[in-house]
Write a protein that binds this ligand. Structure first.
Ligand SMILES: Nc1nc2c(ncn2[C@@H]2O[C@H](COP(=O)(O)OP(=O)(O)OP(=O)(O)O)[C@@H](O)[C@H]2O)c(=O)[nH]1
Length: 250
């Protein structure tokens, strides 16, 4: 079962404290929760924003624009009774929107999701380049990596067959998932992809806890300051949605 932070579905069986005590208790739980940073990379337009939005916000976005720099979504998931916070870093596929932020993506990463578009051969052919970029930034080779072919709903335009994708995934020791962020009937599948990752991460070393200040975050070992608005940070956010999820653009 997965819960969103904003829905406040934190499991708490202890006697109910007074309101001031309760806020301290909630704060303690939040600061102790293990946090995992997952970067989502691949060519522009393959659907990275839509996949992360589907997982964190539970729907396909009405409208997206090219990501500038990095966008950030998060969701709390329950794995075998432990609540883990997954931070999904939705990175820009376009080189001109990546330059200024690229070194920050690769800091303290716990998992990587490589995304290609099953209807676009060039996005598949770019994958070795994305893997090389990870190597260039000294990403630990042991961290979980998954390979996702998106846009499977466009059945009449499939350009990369499963065998080819599977061979590539096998040669890089990655599980392959073919899915669609758009197709409602594949929503559980997108869920399963990230939950598979969450299970793998459960035994991994977490990031430092985040310190919560009001509605924003600060992190001592990272320059990204979530206190600032996306605009101030020079980031592009997916449009639409009800704006109720913490750290998320939905
Ligand atoms: N048919 C279909 N279209 C999709 C799917 N996922 C995304 N799209 C569309 O593909 C386009 C690009 O989606 P994005 O999620 O913005 O792509 P991105 O990889 O984040 O792109 P950058 O931000 O430029 O790196 C949009 O028009 C989406 O509506 C999918 O599963 N099926």
């Amino acid at each position: 079962m997965a819960t969103s932070e904003s829905s406040g579905n934190v499991v708490d069986t202890s006697p109910k404290p007074q309101s001031s005590e309760r806020s301290v208790t909630v704060l303690e739980k939040q600061t102790q929760r293990r946090i995992f940073k997952i970067i989502v990379i691949g060519d522009s337009n393959v659907g990275k924003t839509c996949l992360t939005y589907r997982f964190c916000c539970g729907k396909f976005p009405d409208k997206t624009e090219a990501t500038i720099g990095v966008d950030f979504r998060e969701r709390i998931v329950d794995v075998d009774g432990e609540q883990l916070k997954l931070q999904l870093w939705d990175t820009a596929g376009q080189e001109r929107f990546r330059k200024s932020m690229v070194q920050h993506y690769y800091r303290n990463v716990h998992a990587v999701v490589f995304v290609y578009d099953v209807t676009k051969m060039s996005s598949f052919e770019s994958m070795p380049g994305w893997i090389e970029e990870c190597d260039r930034h000294n990403l630990n080779k042991e961290i979980p990596r998954i390979f996702v072919g998106n846009k499977c709903d466009v059945t009449d335009k499939i350009a990369i067959n499963t065998n080819l994708a599977q061979k590539f995934a096998d040669s890089h020791n990655m599980p392959l998932f073919e899915t669609s962020a758009k197709d409602e009937s594949k929503a559980n599948h997108v869920e399963a992809i990230f939950m598979t990752l969450a299970h793998k991460l459960k035994n991994a070393k977490p990031m430092m806890p985040v310190h919560m200040y009001g509605t924003g975050y600060s992190r001592s070992n990272d320059v990204v300051n979530i206190h600032d608005s996306p605009e101030k940070r020079g980031l592009q956010r997916a449009e639409s949605g009800d704006g109720t999820r913490e750290g998320c653009s939905c």
